[in-house]
Write a protein that binds this ligand. Structure first.
Ligand SMILES: Cc1cc2nc3c(=O)[nH]c(=O)nc-3n(C[C@H](O)[C@H](O)[C@H](O)COP(=O)(O)OP(=O)(O)OC[C@H]3O[C@@H](n4cnc5c(N)ncnc54)[C@H](O)[C@@H]3O)c2cc1C
Length: 231
C-alpha cells in the first residue's frame, strides 16, 4: 500500500475508518505508473520499467526501502505492508497503514515501525504462535529466563481432550515479558494476552494478579505466571 501524502490527506481524512481503501480511483489512475510496482514485493523488478528511480524511491530485491516511520527515500511517499519486505502478515500491513496515516496526519513522536510488536502465527494443527524475541535468542542471554508449561495442564484442555502442546515465556530480570510462544490448538488466540503484555510492558507479576475465568484454555497464562512466581 502506498500513500501520496500531499494530495491524499484531505481524502484520507474522510476515509480514516478504511485505511486499506484510502486511495481513491482518481488518485490510483493518476499515479498508476508508480502504484503498480509497489503493490506486490515480488513485482519490484517492474520498478526499473516504471522509473521508481525517477521518483526518487529506492528499493532492493527484498522491498522498498523505508525509514522507521515508513517514509521512502522520497519523503512525500510512504510504503506499508508486504512491499517493504518486513513482517509479511495482514495484521502487520494493517498496523503499518495506521502508522503511516498517524504520522501523516498527526506528526508527533512515537509512530515508529521498530516499536511495533507483531505476533506470528502458523495455522498448522496444532497452531504455532509466537511474539517478541524467539526462545533461541533467550538462550544466548543469561539475563533472560524461559518458563514453559504444558497446555494440557488446564482443566478445559483435559476435558476437551486437547492436551497437546506447550506455552513458553521469556522474562527479563524485572519480570517484563520479552517473548512468548505457544504450540497448541488455538495458539493464535491464546497468544493475545501475552502480545498485550509485551506491547504495554506488563510484568509477570501483573499477569499473576489477573483473574482468568475457569475453566478456559486462557488459564495457561496464569500457569505461566505461577511458574514464574515459583522461580
Ligand atoms: C497464501 C497466503 C496465505 C496467507 N495467510 C496469511 C494469514 O493467515 N495471516 C496473515 O496475517 N497473513 C497471511 N498472508 C500474508 C498476507 O496476505 C499479506 O501479508 C497481506 O495481504 C499484505 O497486505 P498488503 O496490503 O501489503 O499487500 P496485498 O494484500 O498483497 O495488497 C496489495 C494489493 O495491490 C494490488 N496490486 C498489485 N499490483 C498492482 C498493480 N500493478 N496495480 C494495482 N494494484 C495492484 C493487489 O491486487 C492487492 O490488492 C498470506 C499470504 C498468502 C500468499
Amino acid at each position: 500500500m502506498v500513500f501520496f501524502i500531499e494530495d491524499a490527506v484531505p481524502r484520507l481524512c474522510e476515509q480514516l475508518c478504511f485505511p486499506f481503501y484510502a486511495i481513491t480511483r482518481e488518485l490510483q489512475a493518476r499515479y498508476r505508473p508508480l502504484l503498480e510496482p509497489l503493490g506486490l514485493a515480488h513485482r519490484l523488478h517492474l520498478g526499473l520499467e516504471l522509473d521508481l528511480e525517477q521518483a526518487g524511491v529506492r528499493y532492493q530485491k527484498t522491498g522498498v526501502e523505508v525509514d522507521d516511520q515508513l517514509r521512502t527515500s522520497n519523503p512525500r511517499i510512504s510504503a506499508a505492508g508486504d512491499v517493504i519486505g518486513q513482517a509479511q502478515f495482514t495484521h502487520a500491513a494493517d498496523h503499518h497503514a495506521r502508522l503511516v496515516l498517524r504520522n501523516a496526519l498527526f506528526p508527533v513522536p512515537g509512530g515508529r515501525v521498530s516499536t511495533l510488536v507483531i505476533p506470528r502465527v502458523t495455522y498448522t494443527q496444532p497452531e504455532v504462535a509466537a511474539v517478541g524475541i524467539p526462545a533461541i535468542e533467550a538462550s544466548k542471554d543469561p539475563t533472560l529466563r524461559v518458563y514453559t508449561v504444558a497446555v494440557g495442564d488446564t482443566d478445559r484442555a483435559r476435558t476437551e481432550g486437547e492436551t497437546e502442546g506447550y506455552a513458553k515465556v521469556i522474562v527479563d530480570k524485572k519480570g517484563h515479558i520479552r517473548g512468548a510462544s505457544i504450540v497448541a490448538e488455538d495458539a493464535g488466540d491464546l497468544l493475545a494476552p501475552l502480545t498485550l503484555a509485551i506491547t504495554h510492558k506488563l510484568t509477570m507479576g501483573q499477569l499473576a494478579s489477573t483473574i482468568v475465568p475457569y475453566p478456559t484454555r486462557g488459564e495457561v497464562v496464569s500457569r505461566l505466571a505461577s511458574a514464574w512466581n515459583c522461580g
